[in-house]
Ligand binder design. Structure first.
Ligand code: ASP
Length: 446
């Protein structure tokens, strides 16, 4: 079995993450509900762990674990599914193989006992990806996937109409061959319109797996997950923007999705585990071959890493403090004669714009070289100060900063104004545009 190195020091060769839905605050649950949820998570995670420890493969483990959760009436999937406005169940599920990107999904099932088993059959036994409604239940019959009578679904008896019942289930797995898989199953949102389909059976919205990046399962307001291609976006951020799995999930949870929308579980190809929610709670759990085994009904700070959580406090004053620190550091670096360090807060992109004396320079390298040409030695660089900073937020993730710069030098002191535009990237604030002028203000030649 190949050993995969996690981002930490220990070696991982398999890992599993599960969720049992995001939503209400477990503090408001009674002891019985808390216990059935905890027991359910524990049972499913134990089965998944044992299967993987014996060398079980990712897809089989996802199917096994989700089936267990579907049979558990504590969750909103299979047996415990919520009801539509008309008091019926309509079940959705999907599964995806990270190795081949084969996938299968079912929607609006009314009689299939385990939607996840049928989703797997759609993947392996048909040329299609998604079967819905009557045709899908008929396909279950042809495939000998068990059908049940409507009274099998217990939700109505267990959960009073007044209490919204959360508990979509999902599972992501990395097996000891390095293969990823993901699956999700749900009864959808309670009192949904008949025929409504959420994100859980939509590949790329509620479920996604690809061996080059990660496996993802989401839970929450499905319409938002579909609009933002949430599960695929985690992989895309890793693939194209080189984000870590944690940054990718954090960005989506805190920037793309509004607070209260749901949660995500994700697992990278290296076995890095991420569980996050922006709702009061999310039932979830994780285990891996290093011996990790934990289940939760709520995660501290929603599972968000502390650095982003601080920035996420989101107040303008937090942004002002962060940007002030950045500019102060720039001044220090300049005064130590280190132009490369001074340039660090600039956006390392061809699209960076720097304008000075009516001349516009585009691109990071050109800007850096421009500075080096104009200030060839520490004598020319002099001593820099920034004064009278004014912060003007441009929405949540951008800021305009106005100020005065002064360069004390023996022979030719300089002084001028600047206008900076900064954007908040997952790794922090960056200057994306810098305009400086000398005072009295230069006139740009027409
Ligand atoms: N995402 C599911 C749906 O919209 C519901 C949930 O996860 O609670 O169907």
């Amino acid at each position: 079995m190949p050993l995969l190195t996690s981002s930490g020091d220990e070696k991982l060769n398999w890992a599993i993450v599960i969720h049992g839905g995001a939503g209400s605050d477990p503090q408001n649950w009674n002891d019985a509900k808390t216990k059935i949820r905890e027991d359910g998570l524990h049972r499913a995670l134990t089965a998944g762990r044992d299967a993987l420890a014996k060398g079980g493969n990712a897809l089989d483990t996802v199917e096994l674990v989700i089936r267990i959760l579907e049979d558990d009436a504590a969750f909103n999937a299979g047996r415990g599914a919520v009801l539509t406005k008309e008091g019926k169940v309509e079940l959705d599920a999907s599964i995806m193989d990270g190795k081949t990107r084969a996938c299968g999904a079912v929607a609006s099932l009314t009689a299939t006992r385990n939607p996840i088993n049928l989703a797997r059959r759609v993947m392996t036994e048909t040329p299609h990806v998604l079967l819905a409604g009557q045709g899908a239940d008929q396909f279950a019959e042809q495939q000998n996937v068990p059908l049940v009578e409507p009274d099998y679904f217990l939700s109505k008896a267990r959960f009073p109409e007044s209490e919204p019942h959360f508990g979509t289930v999902g599972c992501v797995v990395l097996d000891s061959d390095g293969n990823l898989a993901a699956g999700t199953s749900t009864g959808g949102t309670s009192k949904k319109l008949p025929g409504r389909v959420g994100d859980s059976p939509i590949i790329g919205a509620g479920t996604y797996a690809a061996n080059d990046t990660c496996a993802v399962s989401g839970t929450g307001v499905g319409e938002e997950y579909i609009r933002n291609s949430v599960a695929y976006d985690v992989a895309a951020r890793m693939r194209y923007a080189n984000q870590s799995i944690e940054d990718a999930v954090t960005t989506i949870m805190h920037r793309t999705l509004k607070s209260g929308m749901g949660g995500i579980i994700a697992l990278s190809k290296e076995g890095k585990i991420v569980m996050q929610h922006n709702t009061p709670g999310m039932s979830c759990g994780a285990a891996d071959s290093s011996g990790r085994f934990d289940t939760h009904l709520v995660l501290k700070n929603g599972g968000c890493p502390p650095s982003i959580e601080n920035a996420e406090a989101g107040t303008t004053s937090t942004a002002n403090t962060e940007i002030s620190k950045l500019l102060l550091q720039q001044v220090k670096d300049w005064n130590q004669g280190d132009i490369d360090a001074f340039m660090k807060p600039y956006w390392n992109s061809e699209q960076l714009t720097f304008s000075s004396g009516g001349k516009v320079t585009r691109g990071y390298e050109k800007t850096l070289n421009g500075y080096k040409d104009r200030y060839p030695d520490t004598k020319t660089m002099g001593t820099l100060t920034f004064e009278k900073l004014e912060f003007q937020p441009l929405g949540q993730d951008a800021m305009q900063v106005l100020g005065i710069w002064k360069l004390a030098r023996d022979n030719e002191p300089l002084e001028g104004r600047f206008t900076l535009v900064l954007r908040r990237f997952p790794e922090g604030w960056k200057i994306i545009h810098d305009h400086t002028s000398k005072t009295p203000d230069e006139l740009v030649q027409p």
